[in-house]
Design a binder for this molecule. Structure first.
Ligand SMILES: [Fe+2]
Ligand SMILES: [Fe+2]
Length: 414
């Protein structure tokens, strides 16, 4: 059978790849004894399940001995909650209350203001050729970590809104916060979380070796300028190696954050097998922040646009970690079916301009009346607006044709 995807986090997967053929009993045994609960198989690339074939089938892996097919319910005209099989565990959405969020926004704002001086001092030391005092950054990493624990969307939304002048230091803060948040999502040991955050904070210290004329150049870079840019991981690694108290994780992330899974990254053109989990995390967090920030040479993308773009680049990122990264941000992709308060179903059509974790949704179905209602767009990020209560699986609702209905809803052809 050809495995098209595995339903588990990166750490739970015993395999390096998420798409591969099962070719021997040993691989099968490894899969069955793992924490993988679901696999998607592609019948066109390998043996399918017994019975009528479909291009792709979802299979539940029930350890230790058997594999079971999930059959899809026959479409029915009425939209009724289907009782028995739930394909995916439903996610409940927990958010801070408006008052708690306001308090956290004040704390996060103070953290970001204080970070400016600390990061600028660190980068200035590096620019002057001095070793850097990374231990001075420890309280800042701690404050960022606390903020991420309370609600990552608060500090991450703030760090995303940066001017060109603020990019240098706020990019360090943002990558630090993103790395901590992703580390928690991957359930990495608590002892490593501080080092992972510090690695995000220090990863671009080598950029101090790049002249502003290149760093802030709005147009295309010349070959010689590219060579200078591509040198910053090695320059940063040299600076950190000459400094005291820098962890191995920070050294590695600094040198390897521009490597790619397909071996086309820089400076080492490393193969995927040689890239650690920290390196893989850092390239995702680094690119995500760059794409969603105002930079001299392009306009920022929204969080969901950036993630869609990153998912489309084959060979760049570890796709399993990227999926956990999307989960860690709490972003609901466009097209997700959700349940709103007032017992209504809605589809995600975008994200609130100031809060990537608050979707803009289009309501279309009353659960109380069990019938379609006139579509209404709701920005859940606005203070007095409605709330998303849970993510729903369309399989649990007997829509006659969800892919057609969702396409119509998204293009407003109702
Ligand atoms: Fe970099
Ligand atoms: Fe970076």
């Amino acid at each position: 059978m050809f495995i098209d995807s595995l339903e588990c986090s990166w750490l739970e997967s015993p395999f390096w790849r998420s798409r591969f053929p099962i070719t021997d009993a040993e691989q099968l045994e490894t899969l069955l004894s793992s924490d993988v609960y679901w696999v998607q198989i592609d019948d066109s690339k390998g043996k399918g399940l017994p019975g009528p074939s479909s291009p792709q089938s979802q299979v539940r892996v029930e350890t230790p001995t058997h594999v079971k097919t999930v059959t899809k319910a026959a479409p029915s005209p009425a939209v009724q909650k289907r009782p028995a099989i739930s394909v995916m565990e439903r996610q409940e959405i927990k958010r801070l209350s408006p008052r708690e969020r306001a308090a956290e926004m004040r704390r996060a704002s103070t953290t970001i203001k204080r970070s400016r001086e600390d990061v600028m001092t660190l980068f200035e030391d590096a620019r002057l050729g001095n070793s850097v005092k990374s231990e001075k950054m420890a309280p800042l990493v701690e404050r960022i970590s606390n903020s991420v624990d309370i609600d990552p969307s608060v500090i991450l939304n703030m760090a995303r809104l940066k001017t060109k002048d603020e990019y240098t230091y706020l990019h360090s803060v943002a990558v630090c916060a993103l790395m901590i948040n992703l580390g928690r999502k991957l359930r990495l040991p608590e002892a490593q979380i501080h080092d992972i955050g510090m690695a995000g904070m220090l990863h671009d210290v080598g950029k101090t070796s790049i002249p502003d004329s290149i760093l802030l150049k709005p147009g295309k870079l010349e070959d010689a300028e590219w060579t200078t840019v591509r040198d910053h991981p090695q320059r940063g690694h040299d600076i950190l190696s000459a400094s005291e108290g820098v962890s191995d994780i920070a050294l590695e992330v600094c040198l390897r954050h521009h490597e790619k899974m397909d071996g086309t990254g820089y400076p080492g053109k490393m193969e995927a097998d040689d890239l650690s989990i920290f390196t893989r995390m850092s390239s995702i967090c680094d690119v995500y922040d760059a794409l969603t920030s105002q930079r001299p040479y392009n306009v920022p993308l929204s969080a969901s646009q950036a993630l869609a773009k990153m998912q489309s680049w084959s060979g760049h990122f570890d796709q399993l970690i990227l999926r956990d990264f999307v989960d860690s941000l709490g972003i609901l992709p466009v097209g997700t079916l959700v349940k709103l308060d007032h017992n209504e179903l809605a589809i995600v059509i975008g994200e609130s301009p100031t809060d990537f974790a608050a979707p803009i949704v289009r309501s279309f179905h009353s659960m109380d009346k069990d019938r379609a209602i006139a579509p209404q767009d709701i920005d859940t990020g606005r203070k007095k607006s409605r709330k998303v209560l849970s993510i729903e699986d369309p399989e649990d609702w007997n829509f006659s044709d969800w892919s057609n209905l969702s396409a119509k809803l998204l293009t407003k052809q109702m």
